[in-house]
Design a protein around this ligand. Sequence first.
Ligand SMILES: Nc1ncnc2c1ncn2[C@@H]1O[C@H](COP(=O)(O)OP(=O)(O)OP(=O)(O)O)[C@@H](O)[C@H]1O
Length: 348
Amino acid sequence: MGDGPPSAEGAAGGDERVPARGGPVIETRGLTKRFRGGQLAVDGLDLSVPAGSVFGFLGPNGSGKTTTIRMLMGLIEPTSGTARVLGRPMPAAARAVLPKVGALIEGPAPYGFLSGRDNLLRYDSADPTADPRTRGARVAAALDRVGLTPAAGKKARAYSLGMKQRLGLAAALLHPRDLLVLDEPTNGLDPQGMREIRALVRELAGEGTTVFLSSHLLDEIEQVCTHAAVMAKGRLVVQGPVAELAAGARGRLVVTTPDPGEAVRVLKEHGVTDVEAEEGRVTGSLPGPGSGAGASGSEASGAEASGLAELNAALVHAGVRVTGFGAERASLEDAFVALTGEGFDVAG
Ligand SMILES: Nc1ncnc2c1ncn2[C@@H]1O[C@H](COP(=O)(O)OP(=O)(O)OP(=O)(O)O)[C@@H](O)[C@H]1O
């Protein structure tokens, strides 16, 4: 807040390049923000968001997500580094880029004394490029899109948080957009509200809109995103397709047995770490692909499979009765923990 207005378009040399088809919709190089108090909120960020992706920007509270989004939208200037959105430099090209971007940042703030419909009419009329003759139809379509038609005439102050969030999305959807940027779109919503927003995001992505959404919820990213970047303390930990990120983490071994004590001993002897036993179920971290095995997902799982066979044989050889044996697929949370050495501890 109060970090100065975005500079006028053209200040950075009027670069007119448009992203190649399939090229990044958002691209940053060394993007850094140090606030006046000295707080380094974003530190040397290199982000690349492919066209057509649903890109999850993941990190615990305070990891720099909102600050990054504010720089991408030209709301604050970076301390150093560059950001390009839809192929144009930000904040220099903000006036040309922002009409093509729908954004929902820092929570919805409709006028409580106006109905949902009137909020959208007011919002649309503030847009000099919006044709007043088609305003009513545009607003009705946006309300319909987010499922607010039945509540369109209600004062926004009577809306639940989920309804306000949907109203914010409707405002972002008044015009067709190349990119949607949503900061914590499901924050504070109940499970039903979350499902509705996620379904909407999937629908929009299915129509070809690139969606960039921040979240501190790992399972949310796994459910809706094709790609993700993980932030911790202002720095990028990793980015890539979600399937690859999860595959990079080691799965967890699960053995079901009536002899848990013996199973624990044998597994530990064979290099399984972090072994835990509870009620006939023993779990542990697999000796992973890290040591010597190939780095790609398929090679790693090959190495993992042969390790599994040996562990199973060792258990049987030691006379441990095994009723179930296998590896649970690693989740994005496992990947995060493996990459940062920290739990993904979220306060809310
Ligand atoms: N205007 C500001 N002045 C000083 N420090 C700030 C400012 N805005 C954010 N910060 C600090 O920068 C860091 C990153 O904050 P940011 O809001 O970007 O994180 P976040 O990942 O979006 O977290 P949250 O989900 O809680 O918003 C935090 O330590 C925060 O206190």
